[in-house]
Design a protein around this ligand. Structure first.
Ligand code: GLN
Length: 483
């Protein structure tokens, strides 16, 4: 059941006013957010003003898009004009976006209501949202645990019913892993499917924007709004974008699924493995067949990513030099001193660590040994996916090898945090679309099921996700949230 669609129906039938929805979600933010801490800024006046206009339009019987009056949140590395874009960094603490990101503009064209900007790991580097310079976001399912990251604020805001959907960005798992930790749906589209104009770049060959929602239908509705070519992003694909929502079809019988053995290994928590196996059994009842296969390159994916992503980050983040954007250190005698002091105070430890790793890997003498080698491994990963997709329609893995961990558990051990990205990173390396859906209702903690398809086969993922949502039974729980 689509939360967006049922809200849209209520607006049209006059059963509910947009202003009431917005006021009630603002009240939820006031109640919940002092504990959850998902929001970095709340756009109260703007949201209420927009709601009042929409109520008038609905009363006049105007035809409006499905997203009209739907409360959404946006990750704080995506621009919303004239409001702060901080990337959860001290360096951009007072930076005001001079323009809308294309995705923002597209959502606003559909009259969606942006309730505010949400927390993240600084510059999207992390898997727990503990790397924010401002606050730690808590998991609404269990507030002693992390919501995942880096789009932890985007996931928590949806899971705590502060908004109906949100946008996140995903470079190595940052939409899917928080969706999995918070028990919601997260979609990373194919590289090139969604414009990144107005997204602050982390690793440009990997970054994608995508939606976090409660249901698969809502994911399709949001994707429909944001997908498609954008002349302002040269990497955006010129392919036509069909309406994923209107083409949703849960008949998936005959679909062949491959499960990489390496991702159901002993490193995966037993309860995650059991949930994934149970999910595969449920899919069999829908006429899907599955088998294990091997992708040996997966073992190298994390180490390869942690060369390529930092290398690109070290280059992308060079622009934060105190001259052009954001924070500038005071009282320095020379430009060099000013740049050093600005970057020294402005960036947090994880960002500095990535810049140092990246700069090292790109430096002369090490470039071939690290960066070029990593690019070669990246090609092997892509080839192994191509081979697998010659046999299987969809690849299924756990989204993360663990459920949500406790706040502080991995914070001082970067390597243990990096390894948690094992199942999501390969997808970005190959530029593929992937969907994370809840395997089970949250009892005790949510487990995410990751569905991966060949490039531009988003519809296949949404159809399979919908089929699973219907048999798994968790969708019925959503009616509570929909009240
Ligand atoms: N956890 C990964 C990292 O720290 C992925 C982050 C992301 O997708 N933005 O780089």
């Amino acid at each position: 059941m689509s939360v967006i669609q049922s809200m849209a129906n209520q607006y049209r039938s006059g059963q509910r006013r947009v202003s009431d929805t917005i006021q009630s979600r603002l009240a939820t933010i006031t109640q919940q957010d002092p504990t959850i801490r998902a929001f970095l800024s709340v756009h109260t006046d703007q949201a209420l003003a927009q709601a009042a206009t929409l109520d008038q339009w609905f009363k006049e019987g105007r035809e409006l898009p499905l997203l009209a009056g739907i409360p959404l949140a946006i990750k704080d590395n995506i621009h919303v004009k004239n409001t702060p874009t901080t990337c959860a960094s001290k360096l951009l603490q007072h930076f005001i976006a001079p323009y809308h990101a294309t995705v923002t503009e597209r959502l606003l064209n559909q009259h969606a209501i942006i309730m505010g900007k949400v927390n993240m790991d600084e510059f999207a580097m992390g898997s727990s949202t503990e790397n924010s310079a401002f606050q730690i976001t808590r998991n609404p399912v269990d507030p002693s645990r992390v919501p995942g990251g880096s789009s932890g604020g985007s996931a928590a805001a949806v899971a705590a019913n502060m908004v109906v959907g949100s946008l996140g960005s995903d470079t190595g798992g940052s939409i899917r892993q928080p969706a999995s930790f918070c028990g919601i749906v997260g979609f990373k589209p194919t590289y090139g499917r969604v414009s990144r104009y107005g997204l602050v770049a982390f690793a440009s060959s990997l970054d994608q924007i995508g939606p976090l929602t409660r249901t698969v239908e809502d994911s399709a509705i949001m994707l429909d709004a944001i997908c498609g070519h954008d002349p302002l992003d040269s990497t955006s694909s010129p392919r036509p974008t069909p309406s994923f929502f209107t083409q949703l079809n849960p008949d998936v019988s005959g679909l062949k699924v491959g499960v990489p053995r390496e991702l159901i290994s002993e490193h995966v928590m037993p309860e995650v493995r059991e949930s994934v196996m149970a999910a595969l059994d449920r899919l069999i009842t829908q006429g899907v067949s599955w088998e294990f296969f091997s992708m040996p390159s997966l073992k190298a994916a994390v180490s390869t990513y942690y060369i390529i992503a930092p290398a690109e980050a070290s280059s992308n983040l060079a622009r934060f030099d105190g001259v052009r954007y954001g924070h500038r250190a005071d009282g320095c005698a020379t430009v060099k001193e000013m740049m050093q002091a600005t970057r020294g105070d402005g960036f947090g430890d994880e960002v500095k660590r990535r810049i140092m790793i990246g700069t090292y890997c790109l430096s002369s003498g090490y470039y071939d040994a690290y960066y070029n080698k990593a690019q070669a491994v990246r090609r092997v990963i892509q080839q192994e996916f191509n081979t697998a997709f010659a046999q299987y329609d969809v690849i299924i893995t756990p989204t993360s090898p663990t459920t949500a961990f406790s706040i502080g558990q991995h914070h001082h051990d970067p390597l243990s945090m990096y390894i948690a990205d094992i199942a999501t990173i390969p997808v970005n390396m190959a530029g593929l679309p992937a969907l994370s859906i809840p395997c089970q209702p949250s009892d005790p903690l949510p487990v995410g099921l990751q569905l991966i398809a060949p490039a531009f086969e988003e519809q296949r993922l949404l159809n399979l996700g919908l089929a699973y949502q219907q048999v798994a039974g968790w969708a019925t729980l959503l009616e509570v949230h929909n009240a």
